[in-house]
Design a protein around this ligand. Sequence first.
Ligand SMILES: [Zn+2]
Ligand SMILES: [Zn+2]
Length: 275
Amino acid sequence: MIDSHTHTRYSKHAVGSVDELVQAALANQIKVLTITDHAPFYVDETNRLLEAELLDYLEEVDRAKQKYAGSIKILKGLECDYMPGSYDYLVRLLDKVELDYVIGSIHYIPVNGELVKVWDLPRLNSPEVIAPYFACLRELMTCELFDSVGHADTVLRSIPDSVFFERFHPMVPLLNRHRLSYELNASGLRKTSFDPIAGQETRGTWSYPSRTVLTALLQEGIPCTIGSDAHAPDDVGAGVQDLLAALLPDGLRTISYYEARKRIDVPVQDVLLFS
Ligand SMILES: [Zn+2]
Ligand SMILES: [Zn+2]
């Protein structure tokens, strides 16, 4: 059982210590856990690690790694924000640290001098926000700073799959060209979706990951990572098994994770707890 996207209280809007997260992962039979707290970024300080905390964070993960060696493989990661103009900042940041895995994600979309949050679902449902989102995503996918692109399809909480696919499909070859994995983010199974006709958010619909995109990824042989995106120990591993079981009939055969920035591929059958 693998979970390659998890947060602790270092992300500020998440709860639980590294130790509590690991304990919960052990209880959920997770064998490979990557902790990917939100990396320092100049846009906000309230949703992430501060640069001054970075070494403490990495040391705490290292301590857990040693403490639980033999029971679980713990890997050191970061989830970095990307937006146009952030390349130099990120190069400097990533230069300072030794990591197993780096996710590149978009949480803020620059729109006419304003930053639109990807969880601002009513705002997301408009061409003037979606166009810069994909421009930003293209830059993220070509900058060669990351191992995987995190929740690229999170915008499906607000836009139709057909709109996402039309814009994303031409970008699929970039993943192989720039040695990137596509993240299957299981938090889409527990998040709300925006219904533009009713003008409100609803629960219980699977918004992302996109199965249409997955089919195209599999055709191109793009590697996929998987993660719960847990923001609390209780959610570690959440949705991972359901997602794998659901995507197995679509042809998903391998799941990847990263150690020392090197991709390791595992057969899905070995990751499934019940098959
Ligand atoms: Zn994220
Ligand atoms: Zn995350």
